[in-house]
Design a protein around this ligand. Structure first.
Ligand SMILES: *Cc1c(COP(=O)(O)O)cnc(C)c1O
Ligand SMILES: [Zn+2]
Length: 500
């Protein structure tokens, strides 16, 4: 829609101008730092940094009704910079000029209602949000769009050149970091550090194709993260892990979109999120809190984090109901099909602890829950979702399994609506589905396939045919006809088709 056709009362707010300033504040020591320096942890105590806006009047001066109207109309403006996560510009990073925003098609992911089978099985309305339909096929693009837009802006402002961006990854962060860095070729180069053999071949191919330098090291993600931490402390690099708080801001857009997609009524919703480093779940809670404070929503949704019993440090932490008694202990992970969340020492643990406390406090009741599921349950749920017409990765399957578990535990009632974060595209993890179908899971996963999902290609070799296509020499017209008829007949027999 042309800008002149927007309603008068909101027209000047449709295309935003940068305003105010932003700053880091350390979660541990509360010191504040300027954003002009590339910081990832607190220079004085090493704590996690959070980003804030100053002043925050603009958000307060517009009421909830007006914000809803602005965002609903902004969906219709044809500006690249406002199509993605920056539709919610004022709530993400309103210091970034629109011309610095990097938009590669992230955000506005499909919200798809689960089919009747799945809804009946769970006993309540359920929606999947397909985060796998982001450009690098995972939700990580939301955060990367924000982090690289900021880097792009800072580079222009300070004349930075030849930036080296690095990250450790369970596969999807590196795919996303490499993609966005590749778009800024000439300004940003990327290097990614992966645990050898612990990312899928599809995930591994992504940063390679984008031209990143890819390092594989022995161990699991937690070991890669340690290496990256040393690199980012001792060398001049831009860190793109979720310690980078710009990423968290971009990932808040998931919450904003969900609010908008349900006409800003979310207090009867349950948002189900698989937890790895706990960056995503922190961002989602933070997003809903921001919308509540601005009166854009009038209540907070329930949040359900899910972990596999093979990588469950956050679940264990919250098992202790008595807050002062809680103590965080990293765990040694075991192989998990929810491999993108296979993390024993989550980088964002201090963030999630802080935000869960605030979330429950603002809600005036316990609104955040963490469920644990088995590898078998994750895989069965993944297969069930895909068999019912959904595009769900193993972590999305973990969300579905988590909602089922929460129903059994009485955490979620049939008066609520489940929103399942399907965090990546199913094809990135198709190898696990393959192992399930072929019953070839290594023992440590403890997964046995359910026969209901058994499926494999049927090879058609029609009987009594001398010449087949594809053997080099082309068939004659007659040979081809014989082959085609015989093949069609064989298929019709197998499918028990009736003649017309
Ligand atoms: C990164 C990732 C997760 C875990 O998210 P965190 O922010 O690390 O908790 C889950 N699923 C997929 C597909 C991911 O790529
Ligand atoms: Zn500090």
């Amino acid at each position: 829609m042309n800008i002149n056709d927007f309603p008068d009362d909101i027209r000047e707010n449709i295309i935003p101008n940068p305003y105010g300033s932003m700053f880091y504040r350390c979660l541990a020591c509360n010191r504040e730092f300027d954003i002009e320096n590339l910081l990832y942890t607190c220079p004085s105590c090493g704590g996690i940094l959070m980003l804030y806006q100053r002043p925050s009047e603009k958000i307060k001066n517009i009421d909830g009704d007006a914000w809803r109207k602005i965002f609903d109309y902004r969906r219709m403006i044809n500006r690249s910079s406002l199509r993605g996560v920056f539709r919610f510009y004022e709530f993400i990073a309103p210091i970034i000029p629109l011309e610095s925003i990097v938009y590669l098609g992230e955000g506005s992911t499909p919200l798809v209602e689960a089919n009747t089978n799945i809804e009946q099985e769970i006993g309540l309305p359920v929606y999947f949000k397909y985060e796998g339909l982001n450009p690098s096929l995972s939700f990580k693009d939301r955060g990367m769009a924000c982090a690289l837009s900021f880097l792009n802006y800072l580079a222009a402002k300070k004349g930075l050149k030849n930036i080296l961006a690095i990250c450790a990854s369970t596969g999807d962060t590196s795919a996303s970091a490499a993609l966005y860095s590749a778009y800024l070729t000439g300004l940003v180069k990327s290097a990614v550090i992966l645990p050898k053999g612990k990312v899928t071949s599809q995930q591994l191919s992504q940063p390679i194709v984008s031209g990143a330098t890819v390092f594989e090291i022995p161990g699991v993600f937690d070991d890669c993260m340690k290496v990256v931490e040393v690199l980012s402390e001792k060398y001049n690099v831009a860190l793109l892990n979720s310690k980078n708080s710009w990423r968290i801001l971009g990932q808040e857009s998931f919450a904003f979109e969900v609010a908008q997609e349900f006409d800003y009524t979310v207090s009867d919703k349950v948002i189900v999120v698989p937890i790895g480093n706990a960056g995503n779940i922190s961002a989602i809670m933070s997003g809903f809190l921001k919308f509540l404070k601005a009166n854009i929503i009038s209540g907070l949704p329930k949040i359900l984090g899910v972990q596999s019993e093979h990588a469950n440090p956050v679940y264990r932490y919250y098992l202790e109901e008595d807050t002062p008694m809680r103590a965080f202990k990293p765990v040694h992970v075991k192989p998990s099909v929810a491999q993108a969340a296979m993390i024993g020492n989550p980088v964002s643990m201090p963030r999630v602890i802080d935000i869960v406390r605030e979330y429950n406090q603002v809600a005036g009741q316990k609104r955040v829950f963490v469920a644990q599921v088995t590898e078998q349950e994750i895989m069965d749920a993944t297969m069930a979702a895909n068999k019912n017409g959904h595009i769900v990765c193993t972590q999305g399957g973990e969300s579905l399994a988590g909602l089922m578990r929460a129903r059994e535990m009485g955490i979620v009632s049939d008066k609520e609506t489940g929103i399942l974060d399907s965090t990546a595209h199913s094809l990135k993890f198709s190898g696990f589905q393959q192992m399930y179908l072929e019953d070839t899971f290594p023992e440590e996963f403890g997964i046995k396939p359910n026969k209901e999902y058994r499926n494999s290609p049927v090879s058609i070799i029609p009987e009594g045919i001398k010449k087949m296509p594809g053997t080099g020499e082309p068939l004659t017209e007659q040979e081809l006809q014989i082959f085609v008829r015989a093949s069609a007949e064989t298929i019709a027999n197998i499918l028990s088709l009736k003649k017309i």
